[in-house]
Design a protein around this ligand. Structure first.
Ligand code: XMP
Length: 304
């Protein structure tokens, strides 16, 4: 890795030189696009317009986090939750879901970009993104590598030579909040790939509540590569004094070096029991919680 300070100085200089009027960036809240936005903002200030598409498939509290962390950049936040839900109606196949979300994302982003009217697109593509999309194991919808029909004068990718851990070093040196520097990877299609089958508002609400509990209980204490909740099917349970047909939540926590393989965390039984107790008592319609002990392979990290 190059010297971090040198990398920052050079990137700012390059962006300053290359961008002659306004530039936009798709800000997702992940470490890559956040670092890119911070570099570009230092280089061109208010001539940068960060666009955050709220797909409704993000983690709980994400929009507020974006506002508080990036408010000084005056991001353009687009509430597109209903459009995504409508587009996903009846879509159950995992790859079809990814495609639907990817296409809708590009459409919403392009509409905003046209309104803003910028000739330059800045992207947070990092080195492994290019390798993964060449590999073609799964159609990754990644806001870093956004294909768009808009003719930009130039697409600028300041992080294209960096690995994830190097991006995190740059994030720390730029003074981004630890919450962002140490952030777990989060898939572009968001919670939709953590819901088995069709996506509905009810399922989204339940999985995002459960996910917030899992993150609260595990991230700080165990530093997993990734941990989250997924929503499976329904099963029978008893709550109070009556039988219910409630949702089944799966908890996933894995360690990994690069996401290509992964091993489940051997969590303390007491911790697992606490997570179960919180999820079933705080979320009314959940009847069961299971812990996924499958490594990758044969399972993938995400459920779809
Ligand atoms: P899997 O589930 O394939 O995940 O074992 C490996 C890593 O990739 C992330 N992932 C995605 N990221 N768009 C993304 O931007 C996607 O469609 C997607 N699917 C999986 C996953 O979170 C894990 O870090």
């Amino acid at each position: 890795m190059v010297n971090v300070e040198q990398f920052i100085g050079q990137s700012i200089e390059d962006i300053e030189r290359e961008v002659r009027d306004n530039a936009i960036i798709a800000l997702s809240g992940g470490v890559d696009s956040s670092v890119c936005a911070a570099l570009a903002h230092r280089a061109i200030g208010d001539r940068l317009v960060p666009i955050f598409v709220d797909t409704g498939l993000m983690r709980k509290g994400e929009v507020e986090r974006i506002r508080s962390t990036f408010g000084y950049m005056n991001p353009c936040i687009i509430d597109a939750g209903n459009r995504f839900l409508d587009a996903l109606k009846g879509v159950v196949d995992p790859e079809e879901k990814r495609k639907t979300i990817g296409e809708m994302f590009i459409r919403v982003f392009e509409e905003a970009a046209r309104e803003v009217g910028a000739s330059y697109l800045i992207q947070g593509t990092i080195y492994p993104d290019q390798i993964e999309s060449e590999g073609g194991i799964k159609s990754h919808h990644n806001v870093g590598g956004l294909p768009t029909e808009i003719e930009f004068d130039k697409i600028i990718e300041p992080l294209r030579g960096l690995y994830k851990d190097e991006v995190r070093d740059v994030a720390r040196a730029l003074g981004l909040p630890p919450e962002i520097c140490e952030r777990m990877p989060f898939p572009g299609p968001g919670l939709a790939v953590r819901i088995i089958g069709g996506v509905t508002k009810e399922k989204l609400e339940i999985v995002s509540e459960a996910n917030a509990i899992v993150e609260e209980e595990l991230v700080k204490e165990f530093h997993p590569w990734q941990t989250f909740a997924a929503l499976l099917e329904k099963g029978t349970g008893v709550k109070g004094d009556r039988r219910i047909h409630g949702w089944i939540i799966a908890v996933r926590a894995v360690e990994s070096r690069d996401g290509m393989t992964a091993a489940p965390l051997e969590l303390p039984w007491e911790k697992l029991k606490k997570i179960e107790a919180r999820i079933t008592s705080e979320i009314p319609n959940v009847a069961r919680v299971v812990y996924d002990i499958t490594p990758k392979p044969p399972a993938t990290i995400e459920f779809e």
